[in-house]
Design a protein. Structure first.
Lengths: 246, 572
């Protein structure tokens, strides 16, 4: 049973030993914005959207263990402004064309834009040139939309027992690479049913033939806000995970 | 095109792999050897390397692609990298580079058509006291001038192997201008060890604690406490000396490694004795490859006299040895957890902390990590007692600090000052006449204006790893700050959003301001926004400190920016 608690924005949040602030928050129905975090994956801490203040110190909620008595600040204008800046940086860094992207309405990056009320990016767009990989019959890799959250990297390793993706380069030259002799997705052992193929929060990895199965207007983030959808999904997955651990 | 040398590239790589064994943590040394042999890491050989080490191919590719001194594309047989540190810039690096490019008919960033030579830039090489400097196939060539360029060009064109270039070209001066207690102290090999062994481990820990010795890397963690905590951690231990001094303008470890190598290794061996570590690493920055041979010789000497290896100083069960590992052009490896990742053969991405290395370091085991100056000082505390340190300095910062002074002063070089010395006194010592300002602690440190020259070198005031760059009144502060932002953008590991994109964005904005493409006010607001986000959300110290130079300029010399604001408005 939950034997201890901490607070998020003054709300008491119970937790079990070993849970992160993020996990405890999601299970308690409190939304902390995130992109690289996924309930089924080891926490990563790279997107930094989930940065909260823990006893006054900025820390990512996904990698910080919950502990009794912590005072966590999450939903404040200052933190949300910081999240908006991070999001603006992500949009300026890649090539994101929401209106023509088939992930629109399914896309967490786009939904985060709405959730944080991001209207534009004041930062100069960098318009990088990144290679598109259409070599796989069932999955498209459009690097223009990659935000380097490594969800696919981790999902392939942790959930699929493969090692299909990795990061290479550094700084702004960081790039997503494929583990195959040719470096092409078509020569890797990725399958469309893999978690890695379906876990991308943006439109960088798209399973072919499904793009318009759900019409625009009826997609997860079209009606509901990101926080609502995320809380439902995450709570279910986290509970499932806890059940299977027993 | 690869030099066959009698056998195919595949066979040559097999030879390299066989020599190193199958431990995946040896990936970096293997790649360094491959790069040296082929002037690149040929992508088609990555499969063999990956298979040999049981790593995914993409892991090998990701590591090669991270380090500046490794490359998939072929570099020239003579690969010339010039230091673009602001001090080297001010010493004429760009003119030298243009001259080299012209005379060698090789545009910077490219390899000449015949594969003979390539020219590029690299971050500070630790030779700002005798710059501009270059690395030729990793070997440092300081004091570049027209004469030396002519010499280099003719050596390259006539294909003289690097080993047969005149020794004088590689001569690095020590430039020790003002030695203090640490630089003046010496020890006979084994002396500090024998002194400590006589008193027992608790006594040494108490000496270190009483001495008040704090880590000399800049963060200032109490050394005695670190050693004690690491000793108390359960399990197999490791020990690492961080000799990856990459902060631009820092070069004092260069001389400690030459003049005090015995004291350094003695300090490391003492750390091993306290913690029980049997394996130690000296992680030496790639730019200091020229120091390696001498260091290996000293390690051999110490093995020969029973100061490393089995039964050190005749004590049964006291077993320890040190391996030198080379960096490969990545500033981030100076961050201790990134250094650990590098040693393990991974992409050097700083870890989430806690846990700290004292409980979970190399391979997840308790690991004692200190820098060069700290280990040297620890050896002298062991030998002379805590009073050796407490007799000078301030209460919160006992002892002295080594400073690398470069830039616009009469006597650049290495200085040792007691903690508590003012900037003013330091400027006087090095012969800097009414400078515009001083950058203390490198790009990630602070810009100090004349109004602050009374400030003191100490953990409680100006804390620094040792970089001290003097800027004369003729210098353009905006150029300096742009150079610093370029440095951070180049060295960001790319893991977290605020640093990966923020450092690049900062640099872009600064460039636009310098070119008059951005009015002051708008850019200023964006820079402020970036700074808050980079400090508030970055994963490690690089991102958190990367906006310091910009902020210092905005706060301390706002005129610099407003002077550039043009009536042209914002141009995209």
């Amino acid at each position: 049973m939950n034997d201890q608690a901490f607070t998020i924005d003054d709300h008491p949040v119970p937790f079990r030993r070993g849970e992160s602030i993020m996990e405890a928050a999601l299970l308690a129905g409190i939304y902390i914005p995130h992109l690289c975090f996924h309930p089924l994956l080891e926490p990563h801490g790279s997107c930094r959207l989930c940065t909260v203040e823990v006893n006054g110190k900025p820390l990512p909620a996904c990698t910080t263990p919950a502990a009794a008595g912590l005072e966590v600040t999450n939903d404040t204008e200052a933190l949300n402004q910081q999240r908006r800046t991070l999001l603006q940086l992500l949009f300026a860094e890649g090539n994101h064309c929401c209106p023509s992207c088939e992930k629109s309405g399914h896309c967490e990056l786009q939904a985060m834009g709405y959730w944080l009320k991001m209207l534009d990016s004041p930062f100069p767009y960098l318009f990088p040139r990144r290679a598109l990989d259409a070599s796989h019959p069932a999955v498209l890799l459009d690097r223009d939309r990659c935000i380097f959250c490594e969800r696919c990297v981790r999902a392939s390793r942790e959930l699929d027992g493969k090692e299909v993706f990795a990061l290479a380069g550094r700084g702004l030259n960081t790039r997503l690479i494929v583990n195959s002799p040719s470096g092409r997705l078509g020569d890797s052992d990725l399958e469309a049913s893999d978690h890695a193929a379906r876990i991308c929060p943006t439109g960088a990895l798209l399973v072919r033939g499904e793009g318009f199965r759900t019409p625009i207007g009826k997609r997860p983030f079209d009606g509901k806000s990101l926080s609502e959808t995320c809380l439902q999904r995450a709570a279910a997955l986290l509970k499932e995970g806890k059940e299977s651990e027993r | 095109m690869e030099k066959a040398g009698g056998s195919s590239p595949e066979e040559q790589v097999t030879g390299i792999l066989r020599r190193h064994g199958t431990d995946p943590s040896l990936l970096l040394p293997i790649l360094q050897e491959v790069q040296k042999r082929f002037h690149r890491v040929p992508p088609r050989l990555e499969d063999a390397i990956a298979a040999h080490l049981s790593l995914p191919r993409s892991h090998v590719e990701g590591v090669v692609d991270f380090y500046h001194f490794l490359s998939h594309e072929r570099r020239g047989e003579y690969d010339i990298l010039l230091s673009n540190c602001i001090i080297d810039r001010f010493h004429g690096q760009q003119a030298i580079q243009q001259r080299l490019a012209r005379e060698l008919d090789t545009p910077p960033g490219r390899v000449r058509g015949d594969g003979r030579v390539s020219i590029g830039e690299t971050s500070c090489t630790g030779l700002c006291d005798q710059g501009p400097a270059a690395l030729v196939n990793g070997r440092a060539v300081p004091a570049l001038d027209e004469h030396r360029v002519t010499q280099m060009v003719s050596l390259v064109e006539s294909g003289v192997p690097l080993e047969r270039w005149p020794e004088a070209m590689f001569r690095v001066d020590d430039n020790v201008c003002q030695p203090g207690p640490l630089l003046k102290s010496g020890l006979t090999p084994g002396e500090a060890l024998n002194a400590a062994l006589g008193g027992g481990p608790e006594n040494l820990l108490q000496q270190l604690e009483q001495s008040g010795l704090r880590g000399r890397g800049g963060a200032g963690f109490p050394t005695g406490m670190k050693w004690r905590l690491c000793r108390e951690a359960a399990g197999e231990h490791y020990l690492i000396c961080n000799a990856d001094e990459g902060e631009p303008g820092t070069f004092k470890d260069r001389e400690l490694l030459r003049l005090h190598a015995h004291a350094l290794f003695e300090g490391m061996t003492l750390g091993a004795w306290i913690t029980g570590a049997e394996k130690g690493f000296l992680y030496l920055r790639g730019e200091y490859r020229f120091l390696r041979e001498a260091l290996e010789r000293i390690l051999d000497e110490r093995r020969d006299c029973g100061l490393l290896g089995e039964s050190i100083c005749g004590v049964n069960g006291f077993r320890f040895d040190i391996t030198i590992r080379m960096g490969a052009g990545a500033y981030i490896c100076g961050e201790e957890s990134a250094l650990l990742e590098s040693l393990e053969g991974n992409r050097p991405r700083p870890r989430n902390r806690p846990p700290y290395p004292i409980t979970s370091g190399f391979r997840g085991k308790p690991t004692l990590v200190n820098n060069v100056e700290t280990f040297v000082a620890a050896a002298f505390v062991a030998l002379y007692g805590s009073s050796w340190l407490t007799s000078i300095g301030t209460d919160a910062s006992p002892g002295s600090k080594l400073i690398s002074i470069s830039g616009d002063c009469a006597r650049p070089g290495i200085y040792e000052f007691p903690f508590g010395t003012s900037v003013e006194e330091i400027l006087e010592a090095c012969g800097a006449d009414s400078p515009m300002g001083v950058q203390v602690g490198g790009p990630s440190g602070s810009y100090i204006t004349p109004q602050e020259f009374h400030r003191r070198l100490a953990f409680e005031d100006l804390s620094t790893g040792g970089s001290f760059m003097v800027f004369g009144r003729e210098r353009d502060l905006l150029e300096i700050v742009e150079n610093f932002t370029a440095f951070f953008a180049h060295e960001s590991c790319g893991f977290c959003t605020p640093c990966r994109v923020g450092t690049a964005m900062q640099n872009r904005l600064l460039k636009r301001i310098r070119n008059g493409e951005e009015t002051g006010a708008e850019a200023l607001e964006l820079l402020r926004q970036l700074r808050e986000t980079m400090i508030g959300a970055s994963h490690c110290g690089l991102g958190k400190s990367a906006s310091n130079p910009v902020f210092d300029m905005l706060e301390k010399e706002p005129r610099v920016l407003s002077a550039r604001a043009t009536s042209r408005g914002r141009v995209r």
